[in-house]
Write a protein that binds this ligand. Structure first.
Ligand SMILES: *[C@@H]1O[C@H](CO)[C@@H](O)[C@H](O)[C@H]1NC(C)=O
Ligand SMILES: *[C@@H]1O[C@H](CO)[C@@H](O)[C@H](O)[C@H]1NC(C)=O
Ligand SMILES: *[C@@H]1O[C@H](CO)[C@@H](O)[C@H](O)[C@H]1NC(C)=O
Length: 374
């Protein structure tokens, strides 16, 4: 009786509490039908791995940076255990043998719908290994909400523990759902967290490995005009971000984008009336893709969430000039970067500790992700 009464009171409260409309907008199979101000609109505590929410990338493409990983949908590389999502790298040679890297053929185009290639750019669906140009030597995972949940404006919190291991590149980020202003970077990119897994990577004595986390916005009218350097911020802590869980937070409103870690502000982009064209110091001419958008354009459209662990790459995220106990085994200008990397595995593989504790040191671990409407 008592419980019934209580339930009745709760139900009444739910009916009478008004839904204040929010400026946040959403779409996707897991988006709420109505968005009320302040409401939780997307959440995953990873008690199970819900592949209706999270779509796996399946590609050899290397993210446009010639990164060294092969992303696929495989529970060796992405799984949940005791309420934690793990993204854990492994060696491609474990599956196919070592000789396969320099002579094998990987075609990820075929198969069941869930196994089809997701990105054909940069030879992403079909590669043949050669002794100088080996197949992607690392297997890893990237998961996205691109079909299940897209949103514009809101608050995001991801509780995560970062991987440690030389040349690992974990990221929690967002891409535009519809490229309203054109292809990358015209429609923007929001990097809530990226980091380098090296424990002892330094530039001028400063640790840029596990003791640093970077938050950035990418935007510009063309790939060679990406003004991210005006909107990138780093946070350093002497206790590495691999040592404990932290909350990575984004507040995204019609006036600003703000990044925080554990409620401490890391960086904030506040465009003036001239919008991101002015912010990036681009000429307001025909090149400006955002002239019919709001001052927040391209960040006034829906984005989706992405979580991944990449490895290496040649875009400078791991600078050639940085110092590491065992030096970076490839140059960004090298045409044989993945091969150079693989040949020096005796130096980096022990830092991943894959043989200890299920390889969890080298795993990106996510406790939960939550998104609230403004
Ligand atoms: C998943 O990955 C493991 C380890 O690399 C491999 O042995 C297995 O064959 C893979 N499964 C599929 C279905 O590709
Ligand atoms: C989005 O997700 C669908 C499956 O849900 C997939 O087929 C498609 O390739 C994905 N698109 C992008 C741009 O990642
Ligand atoms: C690297 O850093 C760790 C602490 O993060 C330390 O224990 C270790 O001694 C360092 N190794 C080298 C080679 O400097």
């Amino acid at each position: 009786m008592k419980f019934r009464l209580l339930a009745g009171v709760v139900a009444l409260a739910a009916v009478t509490s008004a839904c204040t409309p929010s400026v946040t907008t959403v779409s996707g199979t897991h988006a709420p039908v109505a968005v009320c101000s302040g409401a939780l609109i997307f959440a995953d505590d990873f008690e199970q791995f819900d592949l209706e929410k999270w779509h796996h990338e399946n590609t050899l493409a290397g993210g446009g940076n010639w990164e060294f990983q092969y992303y696929s949908n495989n529970r060796t590389n992405s799984f949940t255990n005791n309420g934690i999502l793990y993204i854990r790298p492994s060696l491609t040679s474990d599956q196919f043998g070592e000789g396969f890297l320099s002579s094998g053929h990987l075609n990820v185009e075929e198969g069941a719908t869930a196994d089809r290639c997701t990105n054909p750019q940069w030879y992403g669906c079909d590669r043949t290994g050669t002794p100088t140009n080996i197949l992607n030597p690392i297997k890893s995972a990237q998961i996205q909400t691109n079909n299940s949940f897209n949103f514009r404006y809101g608050r995001v919190e991801v509780r995560a523990k970062l991987p440690a291991g030389d040349w690992l590149w974990p990221a929690i980020w967002l891409l535009p759902a519809f490229n309203t202003y054109g292809s990358w970077p015209s429609s923007g990119e929001i990097d809530l967290m990226e980091s380098r897994g090296n424990r002892n990577l330094t530039v001028k004595g400063v640790n840029i490995g596990v003791q640093e986390v970077d938050c950035s916005l990418h935007f510009g009218p063309r790939p060679d005009l990406d003004a991210w350097q005006k909107t990138t911020w780093s946070q350093r802590r002497s206790q590495g971000f691999n040592e404990a869980f932290h909350n990575y937070q984004l507040e995204w409103t019609p006036d600003f984008l703000k990044f925080c870690i554990d409620n401490e502000e890391i960086g904030k982009a506040v465009p003036g009336t001239g919008g991101f064209c002015e912010y990036g110091k681009f000429n307001n001419n025909d090149l400006n893709p955002w002239k019919y958008g709001t001052k927040m354009a391209p960040f006034d459209q829906k984005f989706y969430l992405i979580i991944n662990v990449a490895v290496g790459g040649t875009n400078g995220y791991f600078p050639d000039s940085a110092t590491n106990p065992s030096p970076k085994p490839w140059k960004d200008s090298s045409t044989t970067a993945a091969t150079d990397f693989w040949k020096s595995r005796d130096a980096w593989l022990p830092t991943w500790n894959l043989d200890k504790n299920n390889g969890w040191d080298a795993s990106l671990q996510i406790d939960y992700i939550k998104v609230w409407a403004l």
